[in-house]
Ligand binder design. Structure first.
Ligand code: ATP
Ligand code: MG
Length: 395
């Protein structure tokens, strides 16, 4: 069941028709509260385009911790960056332009999926509960394949708005890009761990982290490339060990080198995400990396190959790539100018445009490979509806 809050009858009918049979339309804030309180299983509230932003913000803030499984989606006649920011800060899951039917159906599907994850995981995590987090290294021997784009977005997707504890480590120590890609001021970086390397504990480790608004905690790379050499293999191993005690997932953005420092991370990894593009030098480098991993005894079933810019028309197909590397590709991330645009804005595309094909590919990878989830029944139903809507639009 979905609750739609909208005062204007014409808008209410239009949106309700898109949302399907199970919709309760309410026309006042009091009716909305009554409807939500009546059904503790309720997963989704859509605020229609005529509702006041302040009402949606107050509602989302009130229910964020009390009913973390309840998703709030806001429809607006025009998308304004300030409105989107205020709504998201309050806990609104997505702001969708009124009239974009597909965007609405997809946003609803994503929200229902998030709600289900919340109920499976038992709500937001207790930040102090002990854990033994899984380490995911994002690596390629070739520069510029998309490691940092993938690592930042993967971390945000895994965090799912703060539902899981995720630490992102920028291990491209000399030229790390994570601070720029996530618009963070590098006030604290891994360089601060160097003078206290032999006596750092969990509390000390936490002080090195920078919190991103997605809920991801980030260990940033040094500002000065010269500081990179001071970060030893032992220190990296120690920091990863400490991170495992505080986080569910530790995503590591690696430099393009099989240096001692990178080996510290790779040795600690539970999953190796290997990024490539459909170009011969990148493929050659991936082949060499896979051979080196064999020599290092890194398990094959822990390797995940991601083909970035998969749809680039450059003469090499996905099948050619699989033949060259002699293993299957786990995820195909399309090429899009929205990726550099999101990098320049300093907002990971998964956060900024959750419905974009690049975001969907990265979220699916997170779900399937690292969370062991496949699309839920609710989601399939809503997506089925989305497909029907799309067919209707074409006709
Ligand atoms: N799917 C994509 N579509 C379009 N552009 C992309 C895509 N993925 C990455 N890019 C662009 O490619 C460039 C390199 O990406 P990124 O910095 O993530 O690579 P990297 O492997 O981390 O590079 P480096 O080895 O320098 O650290 C960036 O400008 C990014 O915007
Ligand atoms: Mg990088």
């Amino acid at each position: 069941m979905t609750i739609l809050y909208e005062q204007w009858d014409q808008h209410a009918q239009h949106v309700a028709a898109l949302l399907g049979d199970d919709v309760t339309v309410v026309t006042t804030a009091q009716y909305l509260t009554d409807a939500v309180n009546r059904d503790p299983e309720e997963l989704l509230v859509v605020f229609g385009p005529s509702t006041a932003l302040a009402e949606a913000v107050a509602f989302a803030e009130h229910h964020r911790s009390r009913r973390s499984g309840l998703g709030v989606i806001l429809l607006r006649h025009h998308l304004d960056a300030n409105v989107v920011a205020e709504a998201m800060r309050a806990g609104v899951r997505e702001v969708v332009p009124y009239g974009d039917r597909m965007a609405l159906i997809e946003a609803c599907a994503r929200s229902v999926e998030t709600s289900e994850q919340v109920s499976e995981d038992g709500g937001p995590p207790d930040p102090d509960a002990p854990t033994q987090g899984q380490v995911i290294t994002v690596f390629s021997g070739k520069g510029g394949t998309g490691k940092s784009v993938l690592a930042t977005n993967l971390a945000v997707a895994l965090a799912a708005g703060g539902q899981r504890r995720v630490c992102l480590i920028d291990l491209d120590l000399a030229f790390g890009d994570v601070a720029i890609m996530m618009e963070l001021a590098p006030e604290r970086t891994i360089a601060a761990a160097v003078p206290v390397a032999d006596r750092i504990d969990e509390t000390g480790f936490r002080t090195l982290l920078t919190r991103h608004r997605s809920g991801v905690d980030i260990l940033l790379a040094p500002v000065q490339p010269a500081d990179a050499d001071q970060v030893t293999r032992d220190l990296i191993a120690e920091l990863i060990y400490l991170a495992r005690g505080c986080f569910d997932h530790i995503v590591i953005d690696c430099a393009s080198a099989l240096s001692d420092q990178m080996l510290a991370a790779l040795d600690a990894a539970h999953h190796f995400v290997l990024v490539t593009t459909p170009e011969l030098p990148a493929l050659k480098s991936l082949r060499v990396t896979l051979d080196t991993f064999d020599l290092l005894d890194y398990q094959r079933d822990r390797r995940t190959v991601v083909l970035n810019r998969a749809d680039s028309k450059v003469g090499l197909s996905a099948a050619d790539v699989e033949k060259a590397i002699r293993m299957p590709i786990a995820a195909h991330v399309p090429s899009s100018r929205e990726v550099p645009a999101s990098v320049n804005r300093g907002i990971p595309i998964v956060l900024d445009q959750p419905g974009h094909a690049v975001s969907t590919a990265i979220r699916d990878l997170a779900n399937k490979r690292f969370l062991g989830r496949s699309p839920s029944r609710h989601r399939r139903r809503l997506l089925g509806r989305f497909t029907e809507t799309r067919k209707g639009a074409v006709r």
